[in-house]
Design a protein around this ligand. Structure first.
Ligand SMILES: [Zn+2]
Length: 254
């Protein structure tokens, strides 16, 4: 991928040998093949998702969370599952009730697999989470990759960042507050693409600013029953302080 990249700044405190947990990823291939290197890449990057979640949820239990990914080579087979579960996406989806991801093997299927698989791991840590957190992290995990020397990196989702930059130009002060109130299925309704943009932009902001401590605190507070706005107020002193930092970050972002 020849996009500009940023290195992952997170320091994984629970580093484990990457070879040990391929066994907790089950890939079920339906009328399709994936190469050995594709399979290894998926397993390895899911291992990073596990380490990342260990870090932000302050646990070491994500290593053995079962991840099951069904990959379909024929759209006819994929469509059957998609209709069965009433899933809207033509590329991939995740069903919490059975803890399985369903992926159509088209062009860039690995990021989709990384996104959907991360919902398995996330669900294990935090079931009734705000949507921005769950989808924002999944969108970030999509962007994990290795460079030609095998170093982990994450490429920025340029079109999502572009849209955030454009949105910041018009000064709707209630926009973020309104966004953080979306807890249920409405996230996937009207304005879905914009919701994904904003969710991703929040996580990207935390990671780029090395603000894992703040992110951890917000997660903890929301899990204790605070809504996101309160959790941000308690973490940053005021919501406005957070919002102006966030906006400034995107104003300066290339
Ligand atoms: Zn998702």
């Amino acid at each position: 991928m020849n996009k500009p990249f940023l290195l992952i700044f997170l320091i994984f405190t629970n580093l484990i040998s990457l070879s040990t947990y391929a066994q907790y990823v089950e890939i079920n291939l339906v009328n399709c093949k994936i190469s050995d290197s594709e399979q290894k890449k998926i397993e390895k990057l899911i291992a990073y998702e596990r380490m990342f979640c260990n870090e932000i949820f302050e646990t070491s239990e994500n290593i053995t969370v079962p991840v099951k990914i069904n990959i379909y080579g024929k759209s006819k087979d994929y469509r059957i599952e998609k209709n069965k579960y009433n899933a809207p996406s033509s590329t991939g989806f995740y069903i919490p009730a059975i803890n399985q991801a369903f992926i159509m093997k088209s062009g860039d299927f690995i990021p989709v697999a990384l996104h959907e698989a991360s919902h398995s791991i996330f669900q294990f840590n935090y079931k009734k989470s705000p949507k921005w957190l769950n989808e924002g992290l999944a969108e970030f995990f999509e962007t994990l990759d290795f460079d030609s020397e095998g170093n982990l990196y994450s490429y920025p989702q340029t079109y999502r960042i572009k849209s955030i930059k454009a949105g910041i130009a018009d000064s709707d002060t209630e926009r973020l507050k309104k966004f953080f109130k979306i807890y249920d299925g409405t996230f996937y309704g009207h304005g879905i693409d914009d919701n994904y943009n904003t969710a991703y932009s929040i996580i990207y902001y935390f990671i780029k600013n090395k603000s894992t401590k703040a992110l951890k605190n917000i997660i903890k507070l929301t899990a204790q029953g605070h809504d996101t706005e309160e959790a941000i107020e308690l973490t940053y002193g005021s919501f406005d302080a957070f919002e102006s930092n966030y906006k400034q970050f995107y104003r300066l972002h290339p």
